[in-house]
Design a protein around this ligand. Structure first.
Ligand SMILES: *[C@@H]1O[C@H](CO)[C@@H](O)[C@H](O)[C@H]1NC(C)=O
Ligand SMILES: *[C@@H]1O[C@H](CO)[C@@H](O)[C@H](O)[C@H]1NC(C)=O
Length: 232
């Protein structure tokens, strides 16, 4: 009796859901490959719907956040009108605790599409977000909810682009330091070479007593030029 009532209620729920909007944001957590209409779920309360986040987070396809926290995903609708809205709000669980904080969709989709289609939308993690969920400790669980109350979660990773950008910045600093060290070394070598030249000049001066005063003056000028060039 109870199970029959439950089955009827479940059927009614399913029917209600299908009468509403159907839209997804890819890569859909818990779905392999391109989402179908039947993969769309209503987001009510649970930000990832009925998807088991822990069971899927490490095998899910993911997108990489850029150094500024932005990332692009694909919104797809399976119904027309506002109910098939490709306009989403977004929230982020950075550590897999199930606590979501609001993020921003910076380039949103069509509010009330006239046909089924896909379009790219761009969102940005809240400033200072450090994604620490998943086995790699670099994943954020990002929930998308459409204006028609459909949606799902997407795994966004800090790594890839974000880490590469950090590495480039660090590399530039390292490169600059190395370049500075090389420059100093080269300058010291040049100084040694020029000092040798000056010593030769000194010996030449000894040989040419007539040019003695003129030679000394020349050496002093050369030395001061070298020093001001090296320490400039
Ligand atoms: C996870 O993130 C939430 C939201 O930012 C925060 O309130 C909570 O303390 C964090 N939990 C851990 C274990 O870091
Ligand atoms: C959208 O796709 C669904 C099946 O996924 C179909 O039932 C519906 O008729 C399509 N709507 C439009 C406007 O093409």
């Amino acid at each position: 009796m109870f199970s029959k009532a439950f089955a009827v209620a479940a059927l009614a729920l399913t029917f209600t859901a299908q009468a509403y909007a159907h839209a997804t944001v890819s890569p859909v957590l818990g779905v392999n490959g391109a989402p179908k209409r039947s993969d769309a779920q209503r987001i009510r309360g649970a930000p990832c719907g009925n998807t088991n986040v822990a069971a899927n987070i490490d095998k899910a396809a993911s997108v990489n956040a850029a150094a500024d926290g932005s990332f692009t995903v694909t919104a797809t609708n399976f119904n027309r009108g506002r109910d098939g809205s490709r306009q989403f709000t977004m929230s982020v669980d950075a550590n897999g605790s199930g606590k979501f904080v609001a993020g921003k969709v910076t380039k949103n989709g069509v509010l009330a599409p006239t046909s089924n289609a896909s379009e790219q939308i761009t969102a940005v993690l809240p400033a200072g977000t450090k994604c620490t969920a998943g086995a790699g400790k670099n994943a954020c669980v990002v929930s998308f909810k459409s204006a028609g109350n459909f949606g799902n979660c997407v795994i966004v990773k800090q790594g890839g682009a974000a880490r590469r950008d950090e590495a480039i910045a660090a590399g530039t600093r390292a490169a600059r330091a190395a370049r500075r060290a090389e420059e100093v070394e080269a300058a010291v070598e040049v100084e040694d070479d020029l000092e040798d030249d000056l010593e030769e000049d000194d010996h030449e001066e000894d040989d040419f007593e007539d040019d003695h005063e003129e030679g000394d003056a020349e050496v002093i000028v050369k030395r001061s030029n070298i020093l001001s060039w090296i320490w400039a």
